[in-house]
Every structure is written in structure tokens, then in C-alpha cells.
Design a protein around this ligand. Structure first.
Ligand code: GAL
Length: 840
């Protein structure tokens, strides 16, 4: 079989073969990328490029852009030479200034919208009459109109779902011009930061006029055991030629090594459309699970008179998921708890234009924490997200919508819902249903004023396209038609889940948005705080709070008097004592104790832009990882609850000048049986882990070294040491890669930490830092994680360290040679780092 991978093709699957990119292993990883590219790519990609028929090429590079609305910009002859040149994906909102008067307001992180235009020329030397040409956008926010050579191709109002246009009738040999108008002038258009522009990948596709219809292809695994699985393929082949198609179709099932495990050949003759339904047996299958995310590939090769005219590959997994009332979720006959996180799609300083390396770094952190499930709040994510979830091993609760017919933000999709929801729901489910990672659909979230009838409509429509997965709805438990009862914040009150189970014993409960807690990295308060104290939700205003108080799972104060006074009320404590209604530990105890409560999707994994409650703040600090991707202490709390790898963590930091002799609560999170704390070498006692899921010592402060050692069965399993820092002296620069590909796509992250003369991290440093990146890379984002820092994410090259840290995100600019990263800081010795680039 002939197959060709185009070197200039965007590879949506490279991350599937990313091992952990630690600096030490990175060169090896890059080499592996080269070697594995051809072999593994074919086995893992959603799309395979055939030399004869199907080709899919990235057209992300070299677009023209203007953030204006000029007359006549859709016309081919329009002069765009003065527009800005850029590569996609692109989000113009994050390039703007945070301004109180921007209409996106608290929801949209006070960033601007507007109307923007993109244009790109594509030159075709020859047009093949047997070929269909199309363009596919994975996501444009918002309200896009697309033209080719002045012909209007269509309007697409959904900012989270991709769309495709057939270009064939409009193309000419020579120069063709694509023009895209993006209208995000009416804000707020969402309750979170949405971004603006062509913020996902764009693809140029060609295929033979007789071809496999991707959206109809559906692979299911109706019978699964460790000995044998049945894999069912449902597909259709279209023929757009006048004469009858006489074809041979070969279907191969390949395992993760690319070995053939099953195959069949069929002949068909048909005029317009041919349906295919076939079963394949796979002996001793490698079953998919978060711990062992084994993928298979199904290749469909169509030949005519012995000549290959189409080849399409889809990756899939063999797994069985059962949701059993009152028992829980079973994956391949084993019980499994949903250790999940809700996330929005933005990546802090990059807005919603998120390169694959950035997405991969984020998911890898979650994987290392022991998280096994993700919820796409509150809309479809980029296609590469699901591919990474398949191969990295996450279960996905895939969410279609936030609200339905009633808008939740003034200009959101609710305005278009009536006209578009059915088609969009179909596109969404067909797009994602072959991913083994997707285990449950969600048709909405906190839908305003929904009726039982409306829920029925949505659920039935979803089931038209997939009956193999259950359907839920964030806070949709009041309706009768969802399969699994989704509970948001309301489920965090005492006895609510228990009561629901009594009344509906046949329905499992999933915490679609539980737990909500708020933390700021590096900030500590020893007295417990409820959200109502600083940024109350409307129902949590003090007078209402009195009524709610008895229903809240209280957390005891860690001290009688507050130890850390004078902290801005906008910042939240990183002990597990800043909650909305229930803390992480109490909620995870509920999951472990109640079989009908199958797990939860915490609100949220990462801090996200928007929903900041008030100016001047960019976010409300719901994440357990900050906007820069630096973990907060809660990251380790979850790791202690979710991961099997022995770990131990202690907090707070140990640099508290002026607090000598004051008792500081030292908290330890561990998944081991016991922990022992040492201050300057002296043991402060060994204590067992218990139901409170944390171990606390009250330690009179004395500068020096604090060390924790964790034991299971009396054997040391893990330890951690923190030291008191002296004055800030310089910075350390740590990158996740040692080389960067000179391909205009590759990205590295550089962590800048303020340290003292002995290299000890200074946890409260806030020195002003200046950054310079020259050579083969450019800075695409600077982020310190401070929710109150309203510096422009893209253009301010100065940034203060926030609690000792700042992150630089650097992307290849295509030039070969070194990248020089220079960091200077107020009162600090400057540092620089050289990164090499390579060309593959
Ligand atoms: C929920 C909502 C989420 C987010 C969260 C913040 O009600 O579904 O999208 O707004 O509140 O607490």
C-alpha cells in the first residue's frame, strides 16, 4: 500500500509520541520524533495522507490580518499588502489591553473583541478534475464568514466547532484568495474568556471524487473481553462521479505497533452512496484505559482497477465502560473512580490560540497528578485535545453547550441556538465519537430555565448519533431524561447527593462541577475563608450565607489568631481552607464512601481567564495550577488522593522573616501511611495519615530546613525538604526542552525562579524582571500567575515575579541557530541561557 506523509503537513499527532519532555530526555525525544514520525504517525493519526487520493495539509502559515473592518475585503483584488503578516492559530483578544471599560467585562477578563479579517493566497499549478478540494477550520471565534475568490462560502456562528467548505467549483489555476471575516464585536459572548480570531488549525484537503465520508464513520466495540473483542465498523462511501463506482475496499485493523490484526476485502458497485457495516474479531486485545491507553488503527483503502483512490485511517480503542446503578463505573470489568477536572480551553497568556506543545505540557501535569478524567467546560475543545486524551489516557466528559435557548451571556450562542443546535450537536458527536477517551456526553451546563421536554429533545438527538455512551448535563439532575445525574455546586451542600440517591436509586451521580475551592499560589491564611467573604456569588451575600451555613462542610481553622495578616482579600489561601461549600478532602471522602457517587470534575484544573468577579483581576483563582502552569499546593493534595506513586508534599514555604517563635501550621499531604517532620534535623514526631487526609504540625518558626519523610510499612517512600531563603540574589532559568525545532511551531517553556546566593528559592520575591529573547525564537507569552497583574500578556517585556516565579513561553520563529534568553531583574544578577534549534 502506498502512503505518503507530507513533510510540510501539520502533524496533529506528534504529541502522541511525546514522552515526558524533561530537559535531560529532550534530545532523545526529538530523535525519536524523527525516527517514529513515519511509522507511528501512520498508526496513530486520525488522518493518513494517500499519494493518490486524500491529502490534508496545514495552511496555518502566512496569513494577512487586520483588526479593522475595511470595505471590500472579501474581494479577490483587495489590496492587503499593508495588513499584518502572521501565522495561525491566532487570538487577537489576548494581544489587547486589559481595560475596565472593555465590554467583555469580568466574564472576558476585560479584554477586547472587535471585527477582524484574515486573508491568504493559495497558488494551484494545476486543478485535477477528479479531485474535490476543501478547506477545514477547526475553530473560529466568532461569527465567521468565508469567501474564496470573492465567492461567499458560508457563515458559521458556533465558535467552538469546526466547519468545512467545498472549494472545488470556485478554484482556478494560479492564485486563489481566501478571505475570512470574524465578527466578535458584541460582547460578552460567553461567561468566560473566549478569545477572538482563527484560533485553531486550518487545513487544506483534497480527495478523489469517490471517497470515504469521514463524518459517517463510526467504530464501536460491542463485545469486549480480555480474550476477544468484536470491532464494528459503520461507514459510507460517496461517489460524486457520473459513472457508477466499481471499487474494492480493503479494511485493515492495526495494533499500536502497526501490526495487522484483522483485515477484509470487499467489492462494491454503486451509483451514489454505499453503506458498509462490518465486524472484525480481535484476539487478546490490548484494552484501552487511562493506565494503559492502547490504541488501534482502522485503515480503509479504496481502489479502482487496482489503483488506490482513497485511504482513510481512524484511531480507536477497545474498551468497555459500564455505568451500574448504585455500584459505580466499571472500565473493562474493573471499578474505576472519576478523578476529574473541569477546564476552560484557554492557556493563560496565550489566550485560546494554544500550540500543541503547550497543551501537552498542561495535560502531562494533570496526568502526573493522578487525574484520569477531563470535562470540556462548556463546549467542544480542539480536535488535538481528544487525540492527546486518547493516547495519554484521560476519560473525557465531552460537553456540547453551556446554555440552550436562553442566553446566559448577553450575546452568546443562545441567540443562534434554535437555528443551529441540531446540526451542531450532530457535527460534535460525529466528530468525537471514535475517541475511546470520550466516555460520556454532556448536553448542557446550568441551563437557564430548561424544561423536561427540552432535555428530552437534546438527549434524544444526541442518541441519534451515539447510543454507546450515557448522556448527562451539568446541574441537569432535575430532568428525567439524562442517564447520569450531573451535580454542580448545589451538590456540595450536605445531604443533597444522599437525598437524590434515595429518591432516584437507579441513577448514578457524577460531580460535573465539584469541588469548588480557591487558591493563590504561595499565599497562606490560617483561618478558614468561604467565598462569600471576598467575592460572593449573588446567593452567597452575607444575609443569605447565614441560611447556607448549616449546610456547608465546615473546615476547622488552623490557628486561633490569623498567622499571616495583611493579605489582599483577592488572594486566597493555599491551605485547603478556602472553599465555596466543601473542601477537596471532604468531597473525596464522599466519593470513596458512596458507590452511587462515581467521582467528580473539580472546578477547575487550571486558572482560566475571565470570571474574575471584579476589576482589576483577570481570574478568580479556581485552578489548582495557576495561569502560568505553576502548581499550587492543591495540586499535591490531589496527587496524594489520586496517584499511586508514593509522594509527599509540605506547606507553607519556610521563609517567614519576623515570625520567629510564632506557631506556623505545617501541613503534609501524602499517599503513604505515616509522615515524620524534621526542623533543622530534629524530629517533630511521626504521625499517621487519617480521615482528614492531611497531617498537621504546629511548628514554632525558626529559620533553617524543614524536611518531611513519608513511610509505608515502615519503609521510607518519599521525602521533601524546604529551606529558608536569604535575600534575592539572581534567577534560575529552567526549560522543558534543550533544543527547539526551527519549524515556527515548536514551543518551549522557560521557568524563571528568583533565588538567593545559595540557590534557595525565594518564595515571596516580587522583583521586577526584564526579558529578552533573540535569535531563532520569539516570546509568545509571559506569565507570573498573579490574577491582579494586568500587564499586556504579549507586549510588556517587563514583569514582576509573583511569589518568586514567572514563565516565558518561546516559539521557534523558523530561523536556524541559537535562541538567547536573557533575564535581568531589579537588584538581581542577570542570567542568560542559550537554546539550540534543529531542522528536521
Ligand atoms: C458554575 C458554572 C461554571 C463557573 C462556576 C464558578 O456555576 O457552571 O461555569 O461559572 O460556577 O463558580
Amino acid at each position: 500500500m502506498k502512503q505518503k506523509v507530507f513533510a510540510n503537513t501539520e502533524n496533529v499527532c506528534l504529541n502522541q509520541i511525546h514522552p515526558n519532555p524533561t530537559p535531560q530526555s529532550f534530545i532523545l525525544i526529538e530523535m525519536k520524533k524523527i525516527i517514529l514520525f513515519i511509522g507511528v504517525y501512520l498508526a496513530l493519526c486520525q488522518v493518513v495522507f494517500s499519494s493518490e487520493g486524500r491529502q490534508v495539509k496545514s495552511i496555518n502559515f502566512d496569513w494577512k490580518f487586520t483588526l479593522t473592518n475595511p470595505q471590500g475585503a472579501s474581494a479577490k483584488a483587495f489590496d492587503d499588502t499593508k495588513w499584518r503578516a502572521l501565522d495561525l492559530p491566532h487570538d487577537w483578544s489576548i494581544e489587547g489591553e486589559f481595560k475596565k471599560e472593555n465590554p467583555s467585562g469580568t466574564s472576558g477578563a476585560f479584554l477586547p473583541g472587535g471585527i477582524g479579517w484574515y486573508r491568504k493566497d493559495i497558488t494551484l499549478e494545476k486543478i485535477d478534475p477528479n479531485t474535490i478540494y476543501s478547506i477545514r477550520f477547526d475553530g473560529v471565534y466568532l461569527n465567521s464568514d468565508v469567501w474564496i475568490n470573492g465567492f461567499h462560502l458560508g457563515f458559521h456562528p458556533n465558535g467552538y466547532l469546526g466547519f468545512e467548505y467545498d472549494l472545488t467549483p470556485y478554484l482556478i489555476e494560479g492564485k486563489n484568495t481566501i478571505a475570512v471575516k470574524v465578527d466578535h464585536s458584541k460582547l460578552p459572548s460567553g461567561r468566560w474568556y473566549t478569545g477572538s480570531g482563527i484560533y485553531r488549525n486550518v487545513w487544506w484537503e483534497t480527495k478523489n471524487r469517490t471517497y470515504l465520508l469521514e463524518e459517517d464513520l463510526f467504530i464501536t466495540t460491542p463485545q469486549v473481553s480480555t480474550e476477544k473483542a468484536t470491532v464494528h465498523l459503520a461507514a459510507s462511501i460517496l461517489n460524486q462521479k457520473k459513472r457508477k463506482a466499481k471499487i474494492e475496499v480493503q479494511i485493515n485493523v492495526l495494533d499500536k505497533e502497526g501490526q495487522l490484526v484483522s483485515s477484509t476485502v470487499k467489492k462494491y458497485q454503486f451509483q451514489k452512496q454505499q453503506e458498509i457495516a462490518l465486524d472484525f474479531e480481535v484476539e487478546n486485545p490490548n484494552l484501552w484505559s487511562p493506565k494503559s491507553p492502547s490504541m488501534y488503527t482502522m485503515e480503509t483503502i479504496i481502489t479502482h482497477n487496482g489503483k488506490e483512490i482513497d485511504c482513510y485511517s481512524t484511531t480507536f480503542g477497545i474498551r468497555k465502560v459500564e455505568w451500574k446503578p448504585n455500584e459505580g463505573v466499571f472500565l473493562n470489568d474493573e471499578p474505576i473512580l472519576i478523578k476529574g477536572l473541569s477546564n476552560h480551553q484557554d492557556a493563560g497568556p496565550l489566550g485560546v490560540a494554544v500550540p500543541e506543545d503547550v497543551l501537552y505540557r498542561r495535560l502531562k501535569m494533570l496526568k502526573d497528578m493522578g487525574c484520569n478524567a477531563l470535562r470540556t467546560a462548556h463546549h467542544p475543545f480542539a480536535p488535538e485535545f481528544y487525540t492527546m486524551c486518547d493516547t495519554m489516557g484521560f476519560m473525557v466528559m465531552d460537553e456540547a453547550f453551556d446554555g440552550w435557548w436562553n442566553t446566559k451571556a448577553k450575546f452568546d450562542y443562545g441567540l443562534h441556538f434554535e437555528e443551529y443546535w441540531k446540526k451542531d450537536l450532530e457535527t460534535f458527536i460525529k466528530r468525537d465519537r471514535n475517541h475511546p477517551s470520550v466516555v460520556i456526553w454532556s448536553v448542557g451546563n446550568e441551563v437557564k430555565g430548561y424544561t423536561n421536554e427540552q432535555q428530552k429533545l437534546l438527549v434524544e438527538e444526541a442518541k441519534k448519533w451515539d447510543t454507546t455512551r450515557p448522556v448527562t448535563q451539568g446541574r441537569g439532575y432535575k430532568g428525567d431524561h439524562i442517564d447520569i445525574a450531573g451535580f454542580n455546586g448545589h451538590g456540595e451542600f450536605k445531604n443533597v447527593l444522599e437525598k437524590y440517591n434515595e429518591d432516584h436509586p437507579q441513577k448514578l451521580i457524577i460531580g460535573t462541577e465539584i469541588t469548588h475551592t480557591l487558591q493563590t499560589r504561595g499565599v497562606y491564611r490560617t483561618k478558614t475563608w468561604y467565598r462569600t467573604k471576598d467575592n460572593p456569588a449573588p446567593w452567597e451575600k452575607p444575609e443569605h450565607f447565614k441560611k447556607l451555613e448549616p449546610k456547608i462542610y465546615k473546615i476547622e481553622d488552623l490557628s486561633e489568631e490569623e498567622v499571616f495578616e495583611g493579605i489582599s482579600p483577592k488572594y486566597q489561601s493555599s491551605y485547603d481552607n478556602s472553599i465555596v461549600r466543601i473542601g477537596v478532602r471532604d468531597d473525596w471522602n464522599r466519593v470513596e464512601q458512596m458507590d452511587f457517587y462515581v467521582g467528580n470534575f473539580r472546578w477547575t484544573g487550571f486558572d482560566y481567564l475571565g470570571e474574575s468577579f471584579n476589576w482589576p483581576a483577570r481570574t478568580a483563582n479556581f485552578g489548582i495550577i495557576d495561569l502560568a502552569g505553576f502548581p499550587k499546593d492543591h495540586y499535591y493534595l490531589y496527587q496524594s488522593l489520586w496517584s499511586d506513586q508514593p509522594m509527599v508534599h509540605l506547606l507553607p514555604h519556610w521563609s517567614h522573616k519576623g515570625k520567629e517563635g510564632v506557631k506556623i501550621p505545617v501541613v503534609v499531604y501524602t499517599n503513604c501511611d505515616e509522615a515524620e517532620l524534621f526542623l533543622n534535623g530534629a524530629s517533630l514526631g511521626r504521625k499517621p495519615m487519617n480521615e482528614s487526609r492531611q497531617i498537621v504540625w504546629q511548628v514554632p518558626y525558626q529559620k533553617g530546613e524543614l524536611k518531611v519523610v513519608a513511610y509505608t510499612d515502615d519503609k521510607i517512600q518519599a521525602s521533601k525538604t524546604i529551606k529558608t531563603a536569604e535575600e534575592a540574589y539572581t534567577t534560575t532559568l529552567t526549560t522543558d526542552k534543550r533544543v527547539l525545532q526551527a519549524d515556527r511551531k515548536d514551543v518551549l517553556h522557560c521557568e524563571v525562579s528568583v533565588v538567593d546566593q545559595n540557590g534557595v528559592f525565594v518564595p515571596n520575591a516580587s522583583n521586577e524582571l526584564q526579558f529578552k529573547v533573540t535569535g531563532g525564537g520569539h516570546l509568545i507569552g509571559i506569565e507570573n500567575g498573579d490574577i491582579l497583574d494586568m500587564s499586556s500578556s504579549k507586549y510588556d517585556l517587563n514583569r514582576k515575579a509573583f511569589n518568586g516565579k514567572c514563565l516565558l513561553i518561546i516559539q521557534s520563529n523558523g530561523q536556524k541557530g541559537n535562541i538567547k534568553i536573557e533575564v535581568e531583574g531589579e537588584g538581581l544578577k542577570s542570567q542568560q541561557l542559550i537554546i539550540n534549534t534543529i531542522v528536521l
